[in-house]
Design a protein around this ligand. Structure first.
Ligand SMILES: [Zn+2]
Length: 372
């Protein structure tokens, strides 16, 4: 799930460079808890107790997501951020490793955190009260109530995440296990089909038993499964493809000695989105349309392009694997990738021709499918 597309998040804190954001819709959850409590006749103390339970529950969700993120870090995969939504947490990993063993470890780490918390809480409950569970909303010793919440919630989250359906961890675990024997695309198809079947059972059971929440989870799983299938098709289209097959040979370039005004004129005559700046006939860097517009509006029409400080995107050789190279470009927010062999600029790869390649490949695959 692309949490950044949702916008409106507040950063809470950061551990090992991974920020935890809380999404604004979280306020709705707080308001809903306060509203339902007071409607049931509860006062401020009850509201505070329930919000305390919410805080405790989401602290466990954060630990679950850090379980994924810190395990990923051990395999050299960075996590952009963790966002808390009212329905749970989302860790945005920069990529998922192709090695099924690594994917398995990263995925299992999240639910494992919940299992450890649940077991620790159970042991403490046993030692202190002979495993007597206390309703957190009832009067009783605070320690017993906190331990009960920790035990019940973490056990629930652990079991829920083991359901073998995308986008839950169980779906990824199933896919990783299948990909140890099968090609990844086929493993994804099987895991997605299992997930969809489970989702339909959820929706049907939810409607039949009058449990709207269960039906909603089913719907969420159905949507997530579709997204996973699309992502996997894209990734299959790019399996082992070098940048030379994707790159564009016609692109907009100018000498670094040209002025901003000259570039602006060419831009109006149909220049690309980004400008490749050459220096002494060789690749030097990239200027975006935004750079040029800012320079123009800043009264620097006569400035040389080289003096604007083009982004020095490191070039890639034609045989570089497109997916890896492009993932790096996305992570660094580079506008495009220059492809260079023997000091000669052969072409560029940008988001547009990258997406076009996937589209063309999928269309070709679909055409091939109909014929067979
Ligand atoms: Zn997880």
């Amino acid at each position: 799930m692309a949490a950044n597309a949702l916008g409106g998040s507040l950063t809470l804190f950061s551990v090992k460079g991974i920020k935890v954001h809380v999404h604004w819709t979280f306020l709705l959850l707080v308001a809903w808890v306060a509203f339902t409590t007071s409607r049931a006749g509860g006062g401020i103390p009850e509201i505070l107790v329930r919000l305390g339970v919410v805080a405790l529950v989401f602290a466990c969700v954060v630990l679950h997501e850090y379980g994924h993120a810190l395990t990923a870090l051990r395999f050299g995969v960075h996590t952009r951020d963790i966002t808390l939504l009212p329905i749970g947490g989302v860790a945005r990993l920069e990529r998922m490793p192709e090695d099924p063993m690594q994917e398995l470890w990263i995925t299992v780490a999240g639910p494992a955190v919940n299992l450890v918390i649940a077991c620790s809480a159970a042991i403490m409950l046993y030692l202190f009260s002979g495993f007597h569970l206390t309703d957190p909303m009832e009067a009783g010793p605070l320690g017993g109530r906190v331990l009960t919440v920790l035990f019940a919630f973490n056990l629930g989250l652990f079991l829920f995440n083991l359901i073998p359906a995308f986008p839950m961890d169980g779906g990824r675990i199933l896919r990783a296990l299948l990909s140890m024997r099968l090609p990844r695309a086929q493993a994804t198809r099987i895991a997605v089909a299992v997930g969809r079947a489970m989702a339909i059972v959820f929706v049907a059971t939810g409607i039949f038993l009058g449990q709207p929440f269960l039906a909603l989870i089913g719907l969420f799983v159905l949507l997530g499964a579709g997204a996973e299938l699309r992502a996997s098709r894209e990734s299959a289209a790019l399996e082992g493809v070098p940048v030379s097959r994707i790159m564009r040979k016609h692109f907009w370039s100018m000498d670094g000695g040209s002025t901003v005004q000259q570039a602006a004129d060419e831009l109006l005559n149909g220049g690309d989105h980004d400008l490749v700046v050459l220096w002494n006939g060789r690749y030097h860097g990239v200027l975006t349309r935004k750079h040029l517009i800012e320079a123009l509006s800043g009264g620097r029409a006569g400035a040389r392009l080289i003096d604007l400080g083009p982004v020095e995107v490191p070039p890639v050789p034609p045989e570089a694997i497109a997916r890896t190279a492009f993932a790096e470009a996305m992570a660094q927010r580079w506008p495009l990738l220059p492809v260079i062999a023997n000091d000669e600029l052969l072409g560029i790869v940008d988001a547009e021709n990258y997406a076009e390649f996937i589209l063309v490949d999928q269309a070709r695959a679909a055409g091939g499918h109909r014929r067979s």
